[in-house]
Design a protein around this ligand. Structure first.
Ligand code: PLP
Length: 380
């Protein structure tokens, strides 16, 4: 194998070689995207490649790569999706049926309540509890699935995945972790006891803000098969071009994430010095309430910082004054972005709440731009 799944190597080495096929003379290192709705298939219709909604060689390479990052050296299975929500829905709707109970975070990604409504309409009980303080523990009795999002978006609370997963398994529930914010370089949910590691790869995993994608990784082949079958039924498949671009992007994952984490920490430290900033959160800041738990289970703390400015006007002036940080939603890209999260209306956050995603710019430039924008917003 050209991959490094059977060697003990660092994250950077894993990332640059993840999912590469065996070298073949005159073939490229990473084969190009395969655009095919169907494949030549005389005789019995057996795989690996039959119809384009079921399988595609470009997905196979990407799925192997993600699996090597999620669980180095372990035989896991990954299923790639057209978006993070497609991946989330695949776990929820392939695992839950009428009469089941699912425990979700109250403070998770803002589209989750749309899934709650749909689940309830199918006769599934949805209980919610906050991420912080491992509050989901108290809601587990009789549950079939525990859904964790840590660090949570946008509040950046962290829960103890090992503790919650052990309690959920004792209660007979499966455990899924939305690992979008951390990426597998920041946290490995399967190692911490989860049954499903789920992510929007639209964010840090692909990191250029130009594709939507998602994935689910499992140790248990039966669970992976159920998720894969859901993809086939719903058809939420990644395009070959997106899958190929994602694989290409993974080669720089460690470089991007390391820089973005360093920039996020530098920004958090600088923001912590400002009197107009309250509610500052970054799980990698030793003074953050999440730090003790995050430092036990995370390997990198992510590129997102959140904080509160005095009011909506102050926050809007700040965003307008930034020059190196785009006023845009989403996070995890190489170009820094920030937004006033309250503008969407879906998160329980103050009007002046800012979610800032640190990009891969030079740290001094980024910090200077943010401090200058804060000065400008304060005097306007
Ligand atoms: N999970 C988290 C934590 C997210 O932040 C997002 C999107 O922002 C999603 C899932 C959904 O991902 P996508 O937009 O790729 O469907």
């Amino acid at each position: 194998m050209s991959g490094v799944s059977d060697m003990r190597v660092g994250d950077g080495t894993t990332a640059v070689r993840a999912g590469l096929p065996d070298p073949v003379k005159y073939e490229p290192t990473l084969p190009g995207p395969v655009f095919a709705a169907h494949f030549h298939l005389p005789g019995e219709p057996t795989g690996p490649y039959t119809y384009g909604r079921d399988t595609n060689p470009t997905w196979t390479h990407l799925e192997r790569a993600i699996g090597e990052l999620e669980a180095p050296g372990e035989p896991v299975e990954t299923v790639a999706f057209a978006s993070g929500m497609a991946a989330i829905s695949a776990v929820l709707f392939s695992q839950l049926k009428a009469g089941d109970t699912v425990v979700m975070p109250t403070d998770g990604y803002q589209a989750l309540p749309l899934a709650h409504e749909r689940l309830r309409s199918y006769g599934i009980e949805v209980r919610t509890a906050p991420t912080g303080g491992d509050a989901q523990l108290a809601a587990l009795a009789g549950a079939r699935l525990l859904w964790i999002e840590t660090p949570s978006n946008p509040g950046l609370d962290v829960c103890d995945v090992r503790r919650l997963a052990a309690a959920a398994h004792d209660a007979g529930a499966l455990v899924a972790v939305d690992n979008t914010l951390a990426t597998p370089l920041g946290q490995r949910p399967l190692e911490l006891g989860a049954d499903f590691s789920v992510a929007s790869d639209t964010k840090g995993m692909t990191g250029h803000g130009d594709i939507l994608l998602g994935h689910v990784t499992c140790r248990d082949a039966r669970l992976a098969e159920e998720v894969r079958l859901w993809r086939k039924v719903v058809g939420a498949i990644p395009g070959p071009m997106e899958a190929w671009l994602a694989h290409r992007s993974l080669a720089t994952l460690h470089l991007r994430i390391d820089r973005q984490c360093a920039n996020a920490l530098a920004l958090a430290q600088a923001l912590g010095e400002r009197p107009e900033v309250t509610g500052l959160r970054y799980p990698g800041l030793p003074t953050d309430p999440s730090y003790p738990c995050a430092s036990r289970q995370m390997r990198r703390y992510g590129g997102v910082v959140s904080f509160v400015l005095p009011d909506r006007g102050h926050a809007e002036r700040f965003l307008a004054a930034l020059r190196l940080v785009d006023d845009a939603t989403s996070f995890g890209g190489v170009r820094s972005s920030a937004e006033r999260r309250g503008r969407w209306g879906g998160d329980a956050v103050p009007e002046g709440f800012i979610r800032l995603s640190a990009g891969a710019e030079d740290p001094d430039d980024l910090v200077a731009d943010v401090l200058r924008a804060l000065d400008s917003a304060a005097t306007a």
